[in-house]
Write a protein that binds this ligand. Sequence first.
Ligand code: HEC
Ligand code: HEC
Ligand code: HEC
Ligand code: HEC
Length: 221
Amino acid sequence: MKRYLWRISAIVILITGTIALAGVRETKHNFTSATYSPNAYFTGARQVCVFCHTAHNGDQATGALWNHETNPPLYTTYSSNTIDMTISQPHEGSLVCLSCHDGTLAVNSLNNVPGPGGAGTYGDPGGAALDGSGKLTASSSAFIGTDLSNDHPVGITYDASKDPGAFQPKTGVSTSYPDKLLDDGIYVECNSCHNPHDNTYSNFLIESNANSDLCMRCHIK
Ligand code: HEC
Ligand code: HEC
Ligand code: HEC
Ligand code: HEC
């Protein structure tokens, strides 16, 4: 019996492993699908990428042909006695995420809705993580809010010389760590640790954090 159960769990791991290896369409960031994103989906919506990108009229301030409405509020930033680097309001590599995850804007509020529509909303909200207007609710585990003081700091200008021995020095090479993780080659932002298209390592992490490897790409501890 034990052996039999072990085999079943091996198969389950194989199946879920295969799903996890797939792209954005098989993740919670596919808002057209109640199967992949059971807590947050939009009925009537068919296009996956359009919640974040558009082929035309993309937001130039944000880049990446950004299609999601952005209207950043003033965020409460992280502070502590032991911070040595400069922490400012989040930059683009965080603002793109916070435009949904701070809960102030609807997930389906787009600059360019498919068809001749221009700006507007796309589809009708469903799932426990969304309120009736399509915003993330505060009770959702994905809700970050506008108070970032209890989150890993973002908006940091990375400068290892301000805390010698505690941080990996910059290499000046964009394909090497820690530079590879820095937004615009300078800042620590959400996209330093997360890849919104790929859930292979769960929580949309850019790589495995087993053995805290991800943390050690920057920290020396
Ligand atoms: C939930 C939001 C979201 C969805 C859905 C999404 N993307 Fe993205 N995408 C982003 C963000 C955020 C960035 C910027 C990433 C960064 O700056 O590191 C990005 C960047 C990109 C880029 C440029 C940088 C790169 O990674 O090559 C391409 C190309 C891209 N996305 C294509 C797509 C396509 C194609 C789809 C649909 C199959 C898609 N994305 C769906 C959020 C999304
Ligand atoms: C267009 C809106 C939108 C954008 C842009 C977006 N997200 Fe999400 N994200 C969501 C929603 C909605 C969910 C699903 C919440 C749920 O299922 O409870 C989600 C889920 C997640 C989850 C999984 C949470 C969980 O509970 O499993 C993580 C992690 C995440 N997003 C991080 C990011 C990061 C980092 C970025 C930027 C690189 C980003 N997201 C960009 C709307 C967005
Ligand atoms: C220094 C790395 C790092 C940065 C920067 C970072 N995250 Fe995360 N994030 C993580 C890790 C690691 C987890 C997984 C935590 C866990 O397993 O409990 C996570 C989990 C999450 C989750 C899932 C819910 C939760 O709280 O566990 C969301 C949503 C999320 N991050 C969004 C964001 C957003 C939005 C930003 C930018 C404001 C951001 N993250 C910045 C490392 C980071
Ligand atoms: C992309 C680089 C990077 C990654 C990856 C990273 N950090 Fe950080 N972290 C920083 C920087 C830079 C600071 C600000 C340090 C300072 O100013 O003294 C910081 C600050 C912190 C702080 C607050 C320190 C204080 O003095 O208040 C903690 C705790 C922390 N990180 C833990 C983690 C953990 C845990 C992980 C892995 C999940 C992680 N970090 C991943 C760059 C990173």
